[in-house]
Write a protein that binds this ligand. Structure first.
Ligand SMILES: Nc1ncnc2c1ncn2[C@@H]1O[C@H](COP(=O)(O)OP(=O)(O)OP(=O)(O)O)[C@@H](O)[C@H]1O
Ligand SMILES: [Mg+2]
Length: 482
């Protein structure tokens, strides 16, 4: 029952009472009609019996049996539905009757059974049902007249009534089924439409509307649903606008920080150069001091140039020189370049390689540069006696490189900014804050990612994922086929 569609349930609810009440109603009406018909037959039979009793009283008293029989035959001729008439004397003997082929003795069983309330005795005579009614002659002192009224006609009428009632009943049920079917079809179609709309909203299509404006409960539900979808859609639009504004303001903050960083980094060396120039024009310094000023000016301009080059590197997009690269040998090469830095910092280097790691498609110079930046950061963050470990492994379709140090870690405030250009916690001149942002840009161009996790005071871990096979370069207009 629970798994039945709603339409069938409604149909069942309608049909179940109809199936019980329709036949019951037909039965009650049919029974009432046939009782009324019998009452009428009995009343008529009673009247005919009384009339016959009056007609034959004289003949009975003077013993004119044949005259009595003729009179009974006349009465019978006048009423087509009479089956018989017979007259009994006070001893219960048949005095006269209308049976041409002799009186059927079985019929004597009706003697004395008629009741005073006028109800009849039912008799089966030659396969015909007959109601037997009796009337006393002279109050019973002369005899009794019995009249048999055939109930065939009444049965025919009651059959006709039954047939018509059944026909009407079946018609009513059929009409009920048809109307319920049509009504429930419409209702279930509307409910189906609502279910589809709910599913569409659930999958993010907030522009979906039901558009059912019928002035009933389902229509009201649909309107409320449409209103809710409108709110959701408006909410999403507002959220998207807010996010866009936020992204814009974040961009502005980043540009501001970039500009401030550049200005700060370049102003110091340029101020030094101006200072040297002032001294050179005003001072009558000797050749040695002049040489010193020139050297300081050269250093200042070189530093400014390095910063500008760094910026250019950040902004410019070199073509990727893709080739098959074994990662572990690249790590070894970078580590050997940094050997003296490790030694000076008193930091141990460890390399845990995965011999099964296949070569990847990448630009080896960029990978070197990224490893260099990560290892330099790790060395700078790690105190003496600390260690820096590089591990390689495979993760699905990616090669994974982890650079783990036991250094100072990154504070929660800083960790969200370390990939921003010019973000640095190092002293002025010690770090430009470009290392990680440049590295992230390079790895993303390979279709990879860099994730950081850190525990302040315990160390940091940078995880680089690089696709094993070459993918379309991300964020670039140039797409390189695999
Ligand atoms: N392994 C690390 N441990 C702790 N902090 C780190 C680590 N790596 C990066 N950081 C933090 O992230 C900041 C940004 O690093 P990034 O490499 O971009 O710039 P930088 O090292 O400061 O300067 P440079 O341009 O010379 O690399 C660093 O200043 C430092 O605060
Ligand atoms: Mg760095």
């Amino acid at each position: 029952m629970m798994r039945l569609p709603l339409r069938w349930k409604l149909l069942f609810l309608l049909l179940a009472p109809l199936a019980v009440f329709a036949p019951a109603t037909v039965f009650v009406i049919h029974r009432g009609v046939s009782q009324e018909l019998h009452k009428e037959i009995n009343a008529r039979g009673g009247v005919i019996a009384e009339e016959a009793a009056l007609l034959v009283v004289d003949d009975l008293l003077i013993g004119e049996r044949q005259a009595a029989e003729r009179k009974l035959a006349d009465v019978m001729d006048g009423h087509k539905d009479l089956a018989y008439l017979f007259l009994l004397d006070t001893r219960g003997e048949v005095v006269a009757h209308t049976f041409p082929e002799g009186f059927p003795e079985d019929l004597l069983a009706v003697r004395g059974r008629n009741r005073a309330d006028g109800s009849a005795v039912r008799v089966l005579l030659d396969d015909r049902m007959v109601n037997d009614l009796a009337a006393p002659v002279l109050g019973g002192h002369a005899g009794v007249v019995h009249v048999g009224v055939s109930t065939d006609a009444a049965r025919g009428v009651s059959h006709e009534v039954l047939l018509r009632l059944t026909f009407i009943g079946v018609g009513v049920v059929a009409l009920g089924v048809l109307l319920t079917w049509l009504m429930t079809s419409r209702a279930t179609r509307r409910i189906d439409r609502m279910a589809e709309a709910v599913a569409a909203i659930g999958s993010g299509k907030l522009e979906t509307r039901i558009g059912d404006r019928e002035p009933d409960e389902l229509g009201k539900l649909a309107s409320e649903f449409d209103r809710m979808a409108e709110h959701l859609e408006k909410g999403r639009a507002e959220r998207e606008a807010t996010l866009a504004r936020l992204a814009q303001s974040e961009k502005l903050v980043a540009v501001g920080r970039l500009a401030a960083g550049v200005a700060h980094e370049i102003r110091n060396p340029l101020s030094g150069v101006v200072h040297c120039l002032d001294n050179l024009t005003l001072d009558d310094a000797d050749t040695k001091r002049r040489g010193r000023y020139y050297q300081l000016m050269h250093e200042g301009v070189t530093r400014a140039l390095r910063i500008v080059n760094g910026l250019l590197n950040y902004a410019r997009r070199h073509e990727l020189q893709m080739q098959s690269v074994q990662i572990d040998p690249v790590i070894e090469r970078v580590a050997s370049l940094l050997e003296s830095s490790f030694r000076r910092a008193g930091v141990r280097f460890e390399h845990v390689r995965d011999s099964a790691l296949p070569p990847i498609e990448a630009d080896p110079h960029m990978i070197e540069q990224v490893l260099m930046n990560l290892l330099l950061n790790a060395i700078e963050a790690t105190p003496r006696e600390g260690s820096v470990t590089v591990t390689t492994s495979r993760s699905g379709d990616f090669a994974r490189i982890r650079v783990i140090d036991t250094g100072c870690g990154i504070t929660a405030d800083a960790i969200g900014n370390i990939f921003d250009p010019f973000f640095t916690t190092k002293d002025v001149g010690a770090g430009s804050g470009l290392g990680l942002s440049v590295s992230l840009g390079m790895i993303e161009r390979h279709g990879g990612s860099i994730e950081v996790s850190s525990a302040p005071g315990a160390g940091s871990s940078f995880e680089v994922l690089l696709p094993l096979r070459r993918v379309h370069e991300t964020g670039s207009a140039t797409t390189e086929a695999a």
